[in-house]
Design a protein around this ligand. Structure first.
Ligand code: BGP
Length: 481
């Protein structure tokens, strides 16, 4: 990148504190490729879209993706070019433990992540490691995956291996990425197997992710914390929700609990367990529909204690904001997670006044981030917040990505304002370092600071305008460098 001189600061120009950390994120299945290299076993995504390519917008898959398995040195170089303090990546469970269990640890898998961590540290970049980002070993999916209560031990055993290999060098940990996307997305949208009724699977999965996370956290506490002093959290995907009209505030609060509270309240609230009002509503609904079991599987008092307080910071994945209202007579509730809920009888939509993007559901409303940070700060006892994902999709691979540049500028401004308000936001991680396999959107949706040429066997990465802007922000530590 060309040499940059930071503009001299005017008195009222807001600056990020010197300790504030900038980062960018990726996830194993989305970037690594090398899906069958060495002794790696297939994971759920390998199998799902090899079998059903029609699920993915462009029929593609992550077999090669960005080839970061081979090109990780270039990835580190990009982090350096961007002036990052942190790089967030995930570990592929089936690459490290091909059988799913710790009876056998892959040498190649172990070394791959070890080299990546060492390479980052050599450049002064802090690794922030996600232990699980959607790619369950297929062997474990065949046993019921996240709907099987045994997964809480499978995950805890896996996490213990990860800690024992890397906790000497990794200080920031994330256990399970966006359990809401994993459970509600997986069961409602993809119809994950084993349950005819997606509502049964998604709520079992919901509870199991909470317990699995807590068990991993407690293992770190018992065996590693005194020696390594790391920090652990669980990143939640949290759209910000606002009422269409003031009368819709109550149903908006319920929506926040339905989306976010089911995954945050058990961990971050003082009382623990499910959000009470929502729990009653969903369980009454189940009764009405003739189920014998409550819809949200109850926590025992011991489980509430196990899960409560298992965090060292709040990890927030924020993308966009939606308006919420109840359906009007004769209207159908919105379909799929982003448009409403049949359980709450709601419609969720954009405000026409907000900025639009090439992706229909995604609107740009920067103040939503600050409003949400305030909500988190006053609702939970969070001493520190790290924004672990934030970014905007486009559909064209253009290197001049003005919308992304402005998105980062305007959302970062809201972070600055929140810090000025007294909220302890200590880091901001962009989604994403480079274009990658965006799950069901394949390579159609682009979120990258760097563009990747997927037709080129070398997967050449080229910085976009937003990358140049981001590097100026990290260097000058302000949004108008
Ligand atoms: C988050 C995931 C990421 C990433 C991002 C963009 O939910 O943690 O892995 O994919 O969203 O998602 P999408 O491509 O679905 O818009």
């Amino acid at each position: 990148f060309s040499i940059l001189i930071c503009r001299s600061w005017s008195v009222d120009q807001l600056k990020f504190p010197p300790s504030f950390m900038f980062g960018a994120a990726s996830a194993a299945y989305q970037v690594e490729g090398a899906w069958n290299v060495s002794d790696k076993s297939p994971n759920l995504w390998d199998k799902l879209i090899h079998d059903r390519p029609e699920l993915v917008a462009d029929g593609s898959n992550g077999d090669v993706a960005c080839d970061s398995y081979h090109l990780w040195r270039r990835d580190i170089e990009m982090c350096e070019e961007l002036g990052l303090n942190m790089y967030r990546f995930s570990i592929s469970w089936s690459r490290l433990l091909p059988s799913g269990y710790p009876n056998y640890i892959s040498e190649d898998g172990k070394n791959y992540y070890s080299n990546l961590i060492d390479g980052l540290l050599e450049k002064g970049i802090e690794p922030i490691v996600t232990i699980f980002h959607f790619d369950l070993p297929q062997i474990l999916q065949d046993l019921g995956g996240w709907a099987n209560p045994l997964i809480t031990d499978w995950f805890a055993d896996y996490a213990e291996v990860v800690f024992s290999l890397y906790a000497d060098r990794v200080k920031y940990w994330l256990t399970i990425n966006e359990p809401m996307m994993l459970c509600d997305g997986g069961y409602e949208e993809l119809g994950a197997p084993y349950f005819d009724d997606p509502d049964v699977g998604r709520y079992l999965c919901n509870k199991h992710t909470m317990i699995a996370h807590a068990k991993a956290y407690r293992i770190y506490d018992d065996l590693f914390r005194d020696k390594y002093h790391g920090k652990i959290s669980l990143p939640t995907l949290f759209f910000w929700f606002k009422p269409f009209t003031p009368e819709d505030q109550e149903v908006t609060d319920l929506t926040i609990d339905h989306w976010e509270g089911r995954y945050a309240h058990p961990i971050f609230s003082k009382e623990g367990g499910w959000p009470r009002k929502l729990e009653k509503l969903l369980n009454d609904l189940a009764k009405k529909e003739g189920y014998k079991q409550p819809r949200l599987p109850p926590f025992t008092p011991e489980e509430i204690q196990l899960v409560r307080g298992t965090y060292d910071y709040y990890a927030l994945n924020h993308y966009t904001t939606r308006l919420v209202r109840r359906v009007k007579p004769g209207e159908q509730p919105g379909q799929w997670l982003f448009y409403g809920s049949s359980e709450l009888n709601t419609i969720m939509d954009k405000d026409p006044a907000w900025g639009t993007t090439a992706v229909d559901w995604f609107s740009v409303y920067p103040p939503g981030l600050r409003e949400q940070l305030h909500w988190l700060n006053s609702t939970y006892d969070v001493k520190e917040i790290i924004i672990t994902e934030n970014g905007v999709p486009s559909l064209d691979p253009d290197l001049v990505d003005t919308q992304r540049l402005e998105y980062y500028r305007d959302y970062l401004e809201q972070v600055l304002l929140a810090i000025k308000d007294g909220i302890n936001v200590t880091g901001y991680i962009a989604w994403t370092l480079m274009d990658n396999f965006e799950w069901l959107n394949g390579y159609v949706a682009k979120y990258g600071l760097y563009a990747v040429d997927f037709s080129d066997p070398n997967r050449t990465r080229t910085p976009r305008e937003s990358a140049r802007y981001f590097s100026a922000v990290t260097k000058c530590r302000t949004i108008h460098p």
